[in-house]
Design a protein around this ligand. Sequence first.
Ligand code: THU
Length: 144
Amino acid sequence: MTNEELVAKALEARKMAYAPYSHHTVGAALLTKDDKVYLGCNIENAAYTPTNCAERTAVFKAVSEGEREFKAIAIVGGPDNADKLSLCAPCGVCRQVLNEFVDADTFDVVLGTDVPSDYKTFKLSELLPLGFGPKSMAFLHDYK
Ligand code: THU
C-alpha cells in the first residue's frame, strides 16, 4: 500500500463524515502491520463534546477488532464545501491516542489533500515530541 493509495482511502472515509455543526469533514485511513486498512471519519454530536475525530474512529475500530500494530495513518480534512484541501494535522488528543499503539519514531502520519499524490509525511515523534506513552508508565510493572 503506497502513501498515495492510503490518502485515496482517507478521501473515501471522509465522505462518511458526520459534521453538521462544524462542517469540517475529516477522513482517516489507518494501515496495520499486515497491510489491512481501517477507515474513520469524524462523528459530531449536538452536545459537542462527545464528538469523535476521524483518526480516533479509525484507531478504535481497529483496536476493537484485535489490531494492535500499525505502520501509518493518512488524514485528509477541510470544510465540507471546499474544492481544494490543504494539509489537516491531527489534534493533540488523536496524536496521544496514536502514541499508545505505535512506535512514534517509525510510525508515518501522512497528511493528504484532495489530490492523493499531493501529501506530506511526518513521523509521529515530530508531531508529538517527548510524548507520554506506555513506556512512561513502565514503573507500574515493577510492582507486578
Ligand atoms: N477533527 C478531526 O476529525 N480530526 C482532528 O484531528 C481534528 C478535528 C474534527 C472534529 C470536529 O468534528 C471537526 O473536525 C472540527 O473540529
